[in-house]
Design a protein around this ligand. Structure first.
Ligand code: EPU
Length: 311
């Protein structure tokens, strides 16, 4: 038998940090810092899983067997180069952002440099790569609106540059799921730093007043559904409505399974308390789905990504 070499240094039985703060571990975890290292990871395990900021992820208590990849090094850098000349001309600027860059930090740094367009995404914890793949956003905008091009590696190690008009951005989707994003080119527009800061503050204030941002959760657990019939007090047929409102109206706020609870602040936030387990959150999701189906005939779909040995 030929010897199979390890891709790069691989950690065994490594924790997978997520915002839920519960769940299992990775049998194998690698931290590629360059495209070459990432390609070697893909070659060694084409089924690898990419861990972004762990903000929209629930790992089952049994953990996962595939190689888990945490991008670092060159994937955590931002190239602002043309900035001054472009801003002086008051032109939009394309900034090349590594997939591992944290979205909240990027928004603040861009604003400080007088570059706007991302403030509506304030309060969304994510890596830029993860945010692009799921077209993260909310009522104040979605990241897809600012994406000019993405760069990615496929599971055979092939390199891709994908133009905006080839990307199928939709509600919390991009169609880029199978790819491993390495960087994202974002089109930002010049703006007054003080005004950008003010806008970001407004967005954050709305989030803080409606969402339990300090609790351990993955943000919204379910996608906002499109109604297939009119629902009194909720919305009309064809309208996309708040899953949080449906969960709230179905009387689920405060519902608990073990250490998991439906947040009393926002129905679509499932919170994991100390001592909770991933199976509590999964069971709670099921209960919420059932109650909303019984109350309104609406089938909620998960927004949170679940990793397990089976999926
Ligand atoms: N509402 C309730 N009860 C609740 C929650 C909401 O009655 O428990 C009502 C609110 O009062 C409001 C309406 O429902 O009138 C909409 O609520 P909200 O503004 O919170 O928006 P949402 O549709 O529930 C979406 C995104 C959030 C994003 C917010 C704000 C989804 C699944 N959710 O929530 O995104 O932060 O808009 O922009 O698309 C996420 O994706 O993880 C997430 C948190």
């Amino acid at each position: 038998m030929p010897l199979v070499s390890e891709p790069i240094s691989v950690e065994r039985d490594a924790p997978i940090p997520t915002w839920f703060g519960v769940g299992g571990r990775a049998d194998r975890l690698a931290r590629p810092a360059t495209i070459d290292e990432l390609r070697r990871c893909a070659e060694s395990d084409p089924a690898l899983r990419v861990l972004g900021d762990g903000a929209n992820l629930l790992v089952d208590d049994g953990g996962v067997g595939e190689l888990v990849v945490v991008l670092g090094g060159e994937f955590a850098a931002v190239r602002w180069e043309e900035e001054k000349a472009q801003i002086a001309k008051r032109k939009a600027q394309t900034v090349l952002v590594g997939a591992a860059v944290k979205l909240p930090k990027l928004i603040v740094e861009a604003g400080r440099r007088g570059l706007g367009g991302l403030e509506g995404l304030g309060g969304i914890p994510a890596s830029v790569g993860g945010a692009a793949v799921m077209n993260a956003g909310g009522r104040f905008g979605q990241i897809g609106d600012a994406v000019a091009r993405v760069h990615a590696v496929d599971r055979s190690g092939g390199l891709h540059a994908i133009e905006r008009d080839e990307i199928e951005f939709g509600y919390r989707r991009s169609g880029l799921d199978g790819l491993i994003l390495t960087s994202v080119e974002l089109r930002l527009t010049p703006g007054d730093p003080a005004a950008l800061r003010e806008r970001l503050r407004d967005v954050m204030a709305y989030k803080k007043s409606t969402q339990p941002l300090a609790d351990r959760s993955a943000g919204c657990a379910f996608r906002n559904p499109t109604l297939t019939r009119d629902l009194e007090g909720i919305g009309r047929r064809g309208e996309r409505v708040s899953a949080g409102r449906l969960i709230d109206r179905a009387g689920c706020k405060g519902l608990r399974v073990g250490g998991a609870e439906v947040s009393p602040a926002h129905g679509n936030f499932l919170v994991a308390h100390a001592g909770g387990a991933a199976r509590d959150v999964i069971a709670l999701m099921e209960q919420v789905r059932r109650r909303v189906a019984d109350a309104f005939g609406v089938a909620l779909e998960r927004e949170v990504v679940v990793w397990s040995r089976e999926s």
